[in-house]
Ligand binder design. Structure first.
Ligand SMILES: [Zn+2]
Length: 164
């Protein structure tokens, strides 16, 4: 893992970027996303909470910058392209850290739970095949690194390549 990467940044993303929000959360970045936020609310929240704005809206970026806020245009289509762009601007790490990951649905910090604790909660096959589990206390949802993670990890590698 790069020692120079920035771990302590928070984001607010606008309605075009729900996929980017989920990826940032998986990587452990505190990310606010609500499809119904107006530009005015986004500016207000970014100002109050020190969040970096990621958007497709050039008007919003210009407005935010006039207010002294950090805001970036995201032009990529695939989530890994968006992540790569944002990483170039903000020097965030594109590394999955099992100790920092957040719930992709609600942004809550996930906690590691033991295999014993998920018995009967996750499907039997999942229980048999995995040893690492996380839990979101807000959603009541358990997570594990399932087969679709092969795709996630390869997309993260692609996002990393896009930043170099
Ligand atoms: Zn959650």
């Amino acid at each position: 893992m790069s020692v120079n990467c920035n771990r302590n940044v928070k984001f607010i993303v606008d309605r075009m970027h729900g996929d980017l929000a989920r990826w940032l959360r998986i990587l452990g970045y505190d990310t606010l996303y609500s499809p119904n936020l107006s530009d005015y609310r986004i500016i207000l929240i970014a100002r109050r909470t020190g969040r970096i704005i990621a958007t497709r809206d050039r008007g919003l970026v210009a407005w935010a910058r006039r207010k002294g806020l950090k805001a970036y245009i995201i032009s990529g289509v695939e989530p890994e392209e968006k992540l790569g762009e944002l990483a170039q601007y903000t020097h965030i790490c594109i590394e999955f850290d099992p100790g920092r990951t957040r719930c992709p649905l609600c942004n809550n910090k996930l906690v590691k739970i033991t295999k014993d604790e998920v018995r009967g909660i996750v499907p039997p096959k999942v229980y048999e095949e995995h040893d690492e589990f996380w839990y979101c206390s807000r959603c009541g949802k358990a997570y594990w690194i399932g087969s679709h993670w092969r795709d996630i990890f390869s997309r993260l590698e692609r996002a990393k390549r896009l930043t170099s």
